[in-house]
Design a protein around this ligand. Sequence first.
Ligand code: SIN
Ligand code: FE2
Length: 210
Amino acid sequence: MVGKVTVAPGIFLWREKFSLLQQKDLLAEVMQKLDEAPLYRPVMPGTGKPFSVEESNFGALGWVSDKSGYRYQPTHPVTATPWPAIPQALLDLWEEINGTPPPQCCLINHYRGAAKMGPHQDRDENDTSAAVIGVSLGDEAMFRIGGKFVDGTWARGGKTLGVRLASGDVIAFGGVARLAFHGIDRIWPGSSRLVPGGGRLSLTLRRVTR
Ligand code: SIN
Ligand code: FE2
């Protein structure tokens, strides 16, 4: 275990921030909460093309995508019930990194096989003062972040940075990097045995409102 590593301005990495035992405990809690708020497959706004990942959320506000657009909402789009609470270990992690106020959303992404996530910005939040924090569980993945930072804003293109994330790793992007483009190029199926049935779960914590 090593401490905080600065990979670029505003982008920080903690390798194996969660020990194997902590990963197992966290995963058990996540799986239990996913029984309440099952993973489902969102579709792209407009086109209705299905995501290659499955998603769910914990917290007061969940991020969803459907034909009408991207938004935050307090209930699961399939079950129509409120999202389960964010696990305490993740609230503690947030407090350690970002302090208060606490996160309102924990987005869960489940990657299997060829699933990936195209480059995008997290910009559906009214409050972008806190860093976005991502926890990886299961298979390794290539996280790509960057783009062009010109005149104080991020655009597509430019130099990107690939960070290979393993189970238990934590990445945070805030400050000048809060609105940087980022995505997941690929995962390495079978590189971890943590997640039952295989794959990678990412847990992304965000503050949404001011
Ligand atoms: C995301 O940007 O929504 C997810 C990134 C990840 O899976 O690590
Ligand atoms: Fe994102």
